[in-house]
Design a protein around this ligand. Structure first.
Ligand code: SF4
Ligand code: SF4
Length: 359
C-alpha cells in the first residue's frame, strides 16, 4: 500500500504539463512520459518529447491482433505517428496455428484489422539474425527476424496487459517474443508446460478451444508435451484453476529470465523508443482468441527510452488501479515482476522512474 500511496502523490504532484522537461533521465531516475489522453492525439503529444531522438529508417513494432481478440491496440492509435515518420509497421510470425503463422496470411490479418496505412514488414520473412547475448545464462544467442537490420530507429508500440506464463506482457515481451523468429519463440517457451489438476476440471472445453497447438485432451485432463508450445493461454482461460503455471518458482523464473535475455541484444542493437498503452488490461495476452475481460479501467499511455523504467511504471499504475501489490499475480497467479528486476540486473535500464504527465 505504501508504494501505491507514493505513486498517487507523484501523480498529484506532477499533474501539470512539463513542456520544458526534455531530458530522458534525471539524477538516479529515468523519465517516463505519461498521458491520460488515450487517443492518437495523445500519442503525438507524448512523441513531441522524443521526436528529436529519431533518426534513419523507422520501424514501429506493433501486434496486429488475433482473430477473436479485440483487446489489441487499435490501428488508429498508431496511424498518425506512423504517417508522420513515414515508418514501416514491423512484426514477426508466430509458432502456432492461425493466420499469424505465415507471412501472407499475417499481412492479410493486419489489413483486416485496419493496418492499411503503411508498408508491413514481417521481419523473419528475410531469415534469422543470430544475436549473441552477452553474459546470457538462459540463452547464448537470440534468434531475431533478420529484417530488423533495415531499421535504424525502432518504436515498440506495446499493449500492456496480462499473460498466462509471463504474468504480464509489456515492452520487454514485445521486444523478446515479439522480435524473435518462430524458432526463437519456441525456444523461449520450451519446458514451460502448464500443470493440470484433473479434480478441478469441469470439462467445459474452453481451454481446448483456446489452445493453438491442439495439445489438450479431457477425460482425464492431459497436456501433450510433444505438442504444447508453452504459450500459457490455457492458464488464463481456465477459471477453475485446473490448469496452472508450472510452478511459481524456478520454472517461471527461468522463463522470465529467458524473455529478458532475448530482449537485451535487441534493445542495444538499434535506437529504441518504448510505448506502453495501458488499455483493455485483460489477464490474457493479445494472442488469445478467447481472452478474459479487462479487470481495471483504461489508464493511459506511457513513453520512455528506458525499457525497465516504463515497465516498472506501467506495472505500478495497474497495481494502483487494482489496489494491490501485484495485479497480475492476483489475476493470473503468476508474478511477472522478475522481468523488471532481472532486466535491471542486466543493466538494461533503471527501476527508478519519474513520471512526467503531459496534458
Ligand atoms: S478450461 Fe479448465 S475446467 Fe474447462 S475443460 Fe479446460 S481445464 Fe477443464
Ligand atoms: S500452454 Fe496451454 S494453450 Fe498453450 S500450447 Fe500448451 S496446452 Fe496449449
Amino acid at each position: 500500500m505504501k508504494k501505491i500511496y507514493i505513486l498517487m502523490i507523484l501523480f498529484v504532484f506532477l499533474g501539470v504539463p512539463f513542456s520544458e522537461t526534455k531530458a530522458q533521465s534525471s539524477n538516479d531516475s529515468s523519465i517516463v512520459y505519461f498521458t491520460r489522453d488515450i487517443s492518437p492525439a495523445g500519442v503525438m503529444k507524448l512523441f513531441e518529447f522524443l521526436k528529436d531522438s529519431v533518426h534513419g529508417n523507422v520501424g514501429i513494432k506493433v501486434h496486429f491482433g488475433e482473430d477473436g481478440n479485440e483487446y489489441f491496440v487499435p490501428a488508429t492509435m498508431v496511424e498518425p505517428l506512423c504517417n508522420y515518420l513515414k515508418a514501416t509497421l514491423i512484426e514477426t510470425n508466430v509458432a502456432y496455428r492461425g493466420r499469424r503463422r505465415y507471412t501472407d496470411t499475417h499481412i492479410q490479418l493486419a489489413r483486416d484489422h485496419g493496418f492499411t496505412f503503411a508498408p508491413i514488414d514481417i521481419l523473419d520473412s528475410g531469415g534469422t539474425l543470430v544475436m549473441p547475448i552477452e553474459n546470457g545464462v538462459r540463452f547464448k544467442n537470440a534468434l531475431i527476424g533478420k529484417n530488423i537490420e533495415k531499421y535504424e530507429t525502432i518504436i515498440y508500440f506495446t499493449h500492456f496487459k496480462g499473460h498466462g506464463s509471463a504474468g504480464f506482457g509489456g515492452c520487454i515481451k514485445n521486444v523478446s517474443m515479439g522480435m524473435a523468429t518462430p524458432e526463437g519463440k519456441k525456444l523461449m517457451h520450451s519446458n514451460n508446460f502448464p500443470v493440470t489438476d484433473t479434480a478441478k476440471c469441469t470439462r467445459c472445453g474452453d481451454c481446448i478451444k483456446d489452445c493453438p497447438a491442439n495439445a489438450i485432451t479431457l477425460n482425464p485432463l492431459t497436456i501433450d508435451k510433444e505438442k504444447c508450445i508453452g504459450c500459457g493461454k490455457c492458464i488464463t482461460t481456465c477459471t477453475n484453476d485446473a490448469i496452472n503455471a508450472p510452478d511459481n518458482g524456478e520454472k517461471t523464473k527461468r522463463f522470465l529470465e529467458g524473455l529478458v535475455e532475448y530482449a537485451k541484444p535487441v534493445t542495444e542493437f538499434r535506437n529504441s523508443i518504448y510505448f506502453n498503452i495501458i488499455i483493455n488490461v485483460s489477464p490474457s495476452c493479445d494472442c488469445s482468441g478467447n481472452p478474459k475481460k479487462p479487470f481495471v479501467q483504461d489508464i493511459g499511455i506511457l513513453m520512455s527510452t528506458d525499457i525497465v523504467a516504463i515497465e516498472a511504471a506501467a506495472h505500478d499504475m495497474v497495481d494502483a488501479a487494482h489496489q494491490c501489490d501485484d495485479a497480475f499475480m492476483k489475476e493470473n497467479s503468476v508474478s511477472g515482476k522478475h522481468q523488471i528486476e532481472y532486466a535491471y540486473q542486466l543493466k538494461m535500464g533503471n527501476k527508478k522512474y519519474k513520471i512526467v504527465e503531459v496534458k
